[in-house]
Design a protein around this ligand. Structure first.
Ligand SMILES: [Zn+2]
Length: 141
């Protein structure tokens, strides 16, 4: 996995620290045993997620820019999404882009306006879609 950003988080014992990282898909990993051996979300990841949520609240959500990419990625603090035709287009790709933007702090109403989506595209519908088709990286967080 390719990590694009890393954070140091104090271990709860206070002896040393762990590294939490995020990949281009917005998935988190940690250097602690809970994540390394069980692939479970540890409290270090929770801590980083919380501080990122705070950051988004203060700084606003990241800008999203169409780019020559095959799937949405997070790079240099910005969302880059594939240049695909606006709705109606490939439903799976559209849902992928929407789920990615939701993950990075965009609201559904902002996304709908940007992507010109019909009202049937709700946050629930998109998340249900990924639950059903099981793309691990876009499951509910
Ligand atoms: Zn951890």
């Amino acid at each position: 996995m390719k990590w694009i950003k890393k954070w140091k988080v104090q271990s709860s014992s206070g002896n040393g620290e762990y590294t939490v990282a995020i990949d281009v898909n917005g998935n988190y990993g940690c250097s602690c045993p809970v994540w390394k051996f069980r692939r479970q979300e540890c409290h270090h990841i929770v801590k980083v997620k919380q501080s990122r949520a705070e950051e988004i609240k203060i700084m606003g959500r990241p800008e999203a820019i169409p780019a020559n990419v095959k799937k949405p990625i997070f790079k240099d603090g910005k969302i880059l999404y594939p240049l695909v035709p606006l709705y109606p287009s490939d439903t799976h790709m559209e849902a992928t882009i929407v789920a990615f933007m939701l993950r990075h702090g965009w609201s559904m109403s902002e996304i709908k306006e940007r992507r010109h989506l019909p009202n049937s595209w709700t946050k629930k519908a998109v998340l249900d879609y990924f639950d059903k088709y099981g793309m691990k990286e876009y499951k509910r967080v």
